[in-house]
Write a protein that binds this ligand. Sequence first.
Ligand SMILES: [Zn+2]
Length: 281
Amino acid sequence: MKKKIFICGISTECCSYSTLIQNKKDFEVLSSKKLLKYINFPFSKYDNITFIPNKFYRSLPGGPVDKKFFLKTINNLTKDLIKSTPIDGILLIMHGAMYVKGISDPEGFFIKKIRSKVSKDCKISLSFDLHGQMTDTIIKNIDYFAAYKTAPHIDVKQTYSRALKMLIDGILKNKKNHIIWEKIPVLVSGEMSSTIVEPCKTIYKNLNKFNKMKGVNDCNLLIGYVWADTKRATASAIVNCADDNIGKRICKKIALSYWNKRFKLVYDMKSYKLNKGFSSY
Ligand SMILES: [Zn+2]
């Protein structure tokens, strides 16, 4: 019998200090064939899988997302998911830095809801921006995780492919995977952590080296998101692995590689201190 994979998501990054609330009009919705085309994965190669492209809501970075709109949107996505059950897998396309007043972990809230509507055998793969926030709730409710490895982001579609490939291998080949994560108590802006300059250039390059190790499936480093004043805000190392011991060791290594270079994270463009030189801008 053909396997079924459901695809959906909601993605934006929100500055919690902004008074400009994001609502329905701010989000573009990709669905059906448009969504498959956007993901740009060789779907037709897998004739033993039916892909169900539902809806992907995305908007440019902005202020907080309106709570009513957020709840209505995730309810609609969940209803569509229930209509498609039983399913074997879900690909979630998210950013990881949404801010909704009164909901401390919007992505975790949504993913936990989705998890509760599918069977235990259904596997969930999550794709994130590297400026996303990880939480225990998210980790507990997913089976695979992939985040961008470039900032500026030039590997968006490759990240979707990594998340999908892990999901497909899990469903078709029963490939073993656990997720290990470590918080890194460092929080800087994206302008201080570009992967085209050091130290992040080398740190991110090393992720690919770790991926080649036996027992390791896919390594990630999240810079986190500094423009939202939330308790979950943190950088983190996240490793998909077949062997827990190796996964833990590599996860610690990635976390330390970032921690040890924290004072080398500087603006890669001209910048001024607020009280010095600001008037010359
Ligand atoms: Zn980003």
